[in-house]
Design a protein around this ligand. Sequence first.
Ligand code: ZN
Length: 392
Amino acid sequence: MLTLIRNAEVFTPRRVGRRDVLVAGHRILQVADSIPLRGAPLEVIDAAGQWLLPGFVDALTHPCGGGGEGGFGNRTAEIEYSGFVEAGVTTPVGALGTDSITRSLDVLYGKVMELRARGLSAFMLNGSYRLPAATLTGDVARDLVLIEPVIGAGEVAVSDHRSSQPSAAELRRLAAEVHLGGTLSGKRGTVLVHVGDGPRGLAPIDEALEGSELPRCVFYPTHVNRNRGLLQQAIRFAADGGFADITVSTTEHLIDAGEVPALEALREAIEAGAPRQRLTLSSDAGGSLPLYRDGELAGLQSASPMALLQALRTALRRHPDLVEAVIAAVTRNPADAYGLAAKGRIEPGADADLLLLDPGNGELSGVYCAGRPLLRPAIERTDSNLRQGVMR
Ligand code: ZN
């Protein structure tokens, strides 16, 4: 099956202008100024006026729900498949989070396989906040080698009162296992690190890297916009060759407590000289967000997979100079952090994970994952051999 998307403004994630993109099966075959119709049966989408972006790669989601830190009443719900599709997230990376006791990797694996069966390109991490890491097979490296959707471990917690207070040696050992499993299975092998509010910040990662032969990018710190001091550390970490992940979902209370709003953090990092290709934005979807009223905990809401799309809409409205950086931070950059070479880019050979977006209102008008339309633009048949797509 061939699909030709014509006349869209293409972001590879770099903005390259109006292009035609030809999709064959699950891959992108060609990207060019103009691709002629050769009479082969193909579906043609006229996307004039629309933007064509890579599908979003969300580096941290909790598809089975998260939370539980405030007791059983604080657990959050599972995320439906449609929640990811409507948000343009074609590659959610699922993790457990705080609770690996009443939630399990078996259930997470089942959820990831459900999302795959419905057409998404989902992946997962083993482990949780705690060490020793939870595994599917009894061995961290073995999980990566034998279980295809497992691409790393995390989110393992440091500098947080809910962490296992891991020593540098324990973190180093976990990273070594993930790195070895990745090496044997042709994966990057990444340890996503939940960094808490503790004053040590990224120091546990630096200590684990010292005295090891491990590459810096084996560790991928998240929530680095939690406070300004941590953001400064993360800017240095990215400048030294690592990836740093900014969490988009937040609340007024968290911002009052010192969290740097995601777009502000992204701008600050870029202006401070952090390489923009190593800065990412994730939603933490399914994670719990405490709600406070008059200084009292008044309840809980769950972070949404819509957070990335909402960040892009905010950039479109208020920070147009950041739009390209935001698109890269939710597509190619997180794909690179996890070594998913065919994800998050529009180029020949890449997976056809594509979003059609109306730049006027920030609405998605089409979502494709591996060439399969999950949210389909309206199609009008114009010819027995050739169908003409019409964007609405
Ligand atoms: Zn976290």
